[in-house]
Ligand binder design. Structure first.
Ligand SMILES: Cc1ncc(COP(=O)(O)O)c(C=O)c1O
Length: 476
């Protein structure tokens, strides 16, 4: 009879051979594998040694295990690495995020922070103080109110991007920042590279601007594959890359500083502008604030976009853009698009930031989100089918779940909504629909009994869908 580690080795072998791990990239850590398969670290270590002896995986000193070069050689890498520009107009899977509030659904997939996680009292005070300053609040303020722009410049300087207020433009959230950056850099039909899976708002922006998209896959433990990015920049005329290098949505992964530098170099070589979306950077889970790409940018090619939607309030629509060397064309886009952002919210946010409680709030929220994510990950790994993989986010509150087999995710999504459970199916996050076995789960809300029950509910629907499919296959 098989020893336990041999059975586990078989499962890991299947994971490596049947998924993107065979294209390179580090396979999950020993701890992650132990959690996934519900066995001890010793069993996983024995299983990995067995696979190493069989030439399936190889160890790299102090980094971890990778698919072996023999396995890599066995796949047609050139084909797998060849992304193709796609027209988004054909994509029927871009969903309207408004479904989230449908029927007051349990927000299991929502990337919107719970109201109780926002600094309600302090922001209310700042809004009231701002409302009294009608001499300022009732005017147009382009590119932003002076106090807001200076407060942002100070925060940017604190995270390694030495800035002045005159470098910044206020925007209606990060979504508008990305949108005006894309509008300034591209013309209809141009090609833009994005990470895959990617935040759906990017897909919406590309669709509205009628752009072609090249999807660059995310690889284990990283939000974007640099190999494929390099391939794409060499083979297509790419105008811009949209990327979240820190705590990306939906995987939660960040790039290391070394990889951030390589990404900047790859884009520089092919003259590809970088649109960096850093909305989750402030709610990292590690010890220090991850470096933005913009902090490593020496020639103004990185356009930095962010907002306070994940930290202070999504409804205030307080965002900004640091456009680097594209300042003038991006400023024009903003001005022609909607002249300016509401002054009252900028004045209130600047007031709130000046009070000095923001960092305190962030420290508290980082712990809360990390705890929520850990609880949800454990629940998913406990209730979902064996072999389910969950990313371990470097920050933010979302993580990406990959099932070991295909199910009818669209059907499960519709059924769950009818039961007032909202989760985010993988197809929302890519054009190529390659993420049909995936979903995004979010810890942006307290892990209530309803949330816990909804995980069990989804696990049951997944099992049912799997059995229905196997049954269909046998019947044919
Ligand atoms: C990665 C990412 N970028 C941008 C946004 C939108 O941010 P905002 O509300 O500031 O427009 C979101 C919201 O979910 C997001 O997850």
């Amino acid at each position: 009879m098989d020893r336990k580690y041999q059975a586990v080795a078989e499962k890991i072998k299947k994971l490596v051979m049947d998924s993107d791990y065979r294209l390179g990239g580090k396979i999950p850590s020993i701890r992650d594998l132990a959690l996934t398969y519900g066995v001890s670290i010793t069993t996983i270590t024995a299983a990995l040694r067995l696979l190493e002896s069989q030439g399936i995986i190889e160890a790299r000193d102090r980094v971890g295990y990778f698919a072996s070069s023999r396995v890599l050689g066995a796949v047609d890498r050139s084909r797998e690495h060849e992304p193709v520009p796609t027209n988004l107009a054909d994509n029927t899977f871009i969903r309207d995020l408004a479904t989230l509030n449908q029927n007051h659904a349990v927000p299991l997939g929502s990337a919107i922070p719970a109201n109780e996680y926002l600094p309600n009292r302090q922001i209310q005070k700042s809004l009231l103080r701002a409302a009294r300053r009608t001499s300022e609040t009732l005017s147009y303020w382009f590119p932003g109110t002076p106090a807001y722009l200076s407060a942002i410049a100070r925060r940017m300087s604190n995270i390694g991007v030495n800035s002045r207020g005159s470098d910044i433009i206020a925007t209606n959230g990060a979504q508008e920042a990305v949108m005006i950056a894309l509008a300034a850099l591209t013309n209809k039909g141009d090609t833009v590279a994005i990470a895959s899976p990617s935040y759906p708002g990017i897909l919406h922006a590309l669709q509205i601007l009628d752009l072609q998209v090249v999807e660059i896959p995310c690889f284990p433990h990283g939000p974007i594959s640099l190999d494929t990015l390099e391939f794409a920049t060499r083979n297509f005329e790419i105008k811009a890359l949209c990327v979240s290098a820190n705590c990306s949505n939906p995987t939660g992964y960040s790039l290391s500083d070394e990889d951030k530098q390589s990404l900047i170099n790859i884009c520089k070589k092919s003259d590809v502008a970088i649109i960096e979306d850093d909305v989750y950077g402030d709610i990292f889970h590690g010890k220090a604030r991850p470096t933005p790409l913009k902090a490593l940018d020496t020639d103004g090619n990185v356009i930095y976009c962010s907002s306070f939607s994940k930290t202070i309030s999504p409804g205030l629509r307080a965002g900004w853009i640091h456009p680097g060397r594209y300042y003038q064309s991006i400023a024009n886009q903003k001005y022609f698009f909607n002249l300016a952002c509401p002054a009252i919210t900028q004045i209130a946010v600047a007031d709130f930031l000046d009070c000095g409680t923001y960092d305190l709030h962030l420290r508290k929220m980082r712990k809360v989100y990390q705890r929520n994510v850990n609880m949800l990950r454990n629940l998913v790994l406990r209730h979902f089918p064996e072999g389910t993989h969950c990313t371990v986010p470097d920050g933010g509150y979302v993580f990406w779940v990959t099932l070991p087999f295909a199910v009818d995710m669209e059907k499960i999504y519709e059924e769950a909504l009818r039961h007032r459970i909202y989760f985010a199916p993988g197809s929302m996050f890519s054009v190529s629909k390659s993420a049909g076995r995936c979903l995004r789960v979010s810890g942006s809300n307290p892990v209530s009994t309803k949330v816990k029950d909804s995980i069990k509910y989804l696990a049951d629907r997944i099992e049912e869908s799997f059995h229905a499919r196997s049954h269909d296959c046998q019947a044919h």
